[in-house]
Design a protein around this ligand. Sequence first.
Ligand SMILES: [Zn+2]
Length: 264
Amino acid sequence: MTYHLTRFCFIAAIGVIALLYWFFAITLWWLVLPSVIYSACLIYGSSVIQANFFAPATCSADTTEKIIALSFDDDPHSEYTPQVLALLAKYNATASFFVIGKHIHGNENLLKQIIVEGHSIGNHSYSHSFFIDFKNVQGFKEELTQTEELIFKVIGKRVKLFRPPYGVTTPNLAKAAKLLDYRIIGWNIRSLDTTKDTVEVITQRVQSQMKSGAIILLHDTSHKSIQVLEQTLNYAQQQGYKIVSIEQLLNIKEVGVQMDRNIR
Ligand SMILES: [Zn+2]
């Protein structure tokens, strides 16, 4: 059920109620029903990225190969990103890092290190503001281009994968992403590693859902997430999964300027 179809059904329901009111004098309280259903659909559609409600989002790969993608949001982090990179190297795994533009300043070397070590970078907006979803199309375009330019300045490469902040999508976000040729990336395993849950609970949540083609969402913003990552890498390796970046999982070819693995 997409946004456009839902909106059409809502308008049609309002029309039918108006006709029934006109010809049979039914109570206008009937308007409450489609309004509530429509609002519920909008809330569900904007908050559940897998619903593909406002915009198509890639949340997993259709494969039987034992391969999974690790993704980190809210990068780069001066304390935890180096720890994540060290763990990924230890387990011979690659991953995707979704970068917040305002976090780049002062962490340029981390961005370079991510690329040099064979991982990939995506766009996660410039501000990651709590109120970002109230922005218009132009506002979202600025969020994306500001971060894209900053990343380009550091690594010499255009990124074209976008993870919406909080996983929330809106019609304006969808339009901006489309205009700038971004592919929206979601996940199908949400670790919820930024909640109060313990390492054990989060690790169990990830492990119990692990399957071929999965995209796992983590944040390298706390010591807890580092512990979850180590246990997840260990478990995945024991189960015979290859851990890769989203580009590798989805067979996405590099775009833009050729990546320079010798960046200093
Ligand atoms: Zn985020």
